[in-house]
Design a protein around this ligand. Structure first.
Ligand code: NAD
Length: 251
């Protein structure tokens, strides 16, 4: 069965070819959704949308840290598409810094994309979801939020992703009466390009040593969880944080 038939989903940061957003977009499209990919570069977003199974998918430029850009792209999409059912706030960046290395510009960059972007994009879409009295918002947090890093991102990344957990739960509480659900995914160590070549073989091995399943996750592993949270399979799930980490956090 197609779990997202006749549904429309917006996924931010989904142009990265090996990323969690693109894998989520692909699985959603396989499940019958019309998918909108938002990312920094219009042509990359369009190329990623064209690469999805099926037709009718859209790619647009949108910097999620730009409130005006979020509002205008959502307004345009509602005009073109009618109802939008799902938002996946996936855009994120990370930096492997230690506490004392975090400069103001590092703090701003990491907090802005991960946390501010999640707020702005949600604020842009919530009035529409309220009108239709339905919607599912899925936010990408991280195991780094739960255990204070220890994988790749620095303390500012942990703080941003922990902020996403608080924001998600507060959103879930406030929006539940309106029929809108909000949940967070906490991926562990997933093989994507977010580490931008800065993950050394030694770092990689020490992370793998801490994973009971003994392997890195795949983008598809995270996409499966996003599909569950986006679809009616999770109709009574809101304000939750779902671990996708190979057992990294068993305690
Ligand atoms: P990725 O680098 O492959 O993809 C991130 C995408 O976000 C890129 O396409 C990038 O262009 C886009 N982006 C960056 N800034 C943006 C902005 N201001 N506006 C719009 N788009 C922007 O990374 P990924 O590994 O696929 O990560 C996806 C999400 O999952 C991120 O939020 C990341 O923090 C989170 N995450 C990843 C891992 C992992 O191990 N890969 C683990 C936990 C959480």
């Amino acid at each position: 069965t197609q779990l997202l038939a006749n549904k429309t989903a917006i996924i931010t940061g989904a142009a990265s070819p090996r990323g969690l957003g693109k894998a989520t977009a692909t699985l959603f499209a396989e499940h019958g959704a019309r998918v909108v990919i938002l990312d920094l570069d219009a042509s990359q977003a369009q190329a990623a949308a064209a690469d999805l199974p099926g037709t009718g998918h859209i790619g647009c430029a949108c910097d999620v840290t730009d409130r005006t850009a979020c509002l205008s792209v959502i307004k345009e999409l509602i005009g073109t598409l009618g109802q939008i059912d799902v938002l996946v706030n996936n855009a994120g960046i990370t930096q492997p810094l230690k506490l004392m290395e975090i400069a103001p510009e590092n703090y701003d960059a990491v907090l802005d994309v991960n946390l501010r972007g999640t707020l702005y994009m949600s604020q842009a879409l919530i009035p529409h979801m309220r009108e239709h009295a339905r919607g599912s918002i899925v936010n990408m947090s991280s195991v780094s939020a739960q255990r204070g890093g220890g994988i790749f991102g620095g303390p500012h990344y942990s703080a941003a992703k922990a902020g996403i957990l608080g924001l998600t739960k507060a959103m879930a509480r406030e929006l539940a009466p309106a029929g809108i659900r909000a949940n967070a995914i906490c991926p562990g160590f997933i093989d994507t390009d977010i580490t931008a070549g800065k993950l050394t073989p030694e770092m990689r091995q020490s992370v793998l040593d801490g994973i009971p399943m003994g392997r890195a996750g795949t983008a598809a592993d995270v996409a499966g969880c996003a599909l569950f949270l986006a679809s009616d399979l999770s109709a009574y799930v809101t304000g939750s944080e779902v671990d996708v980490n190979g057992g990294s956090l068993i305690h």
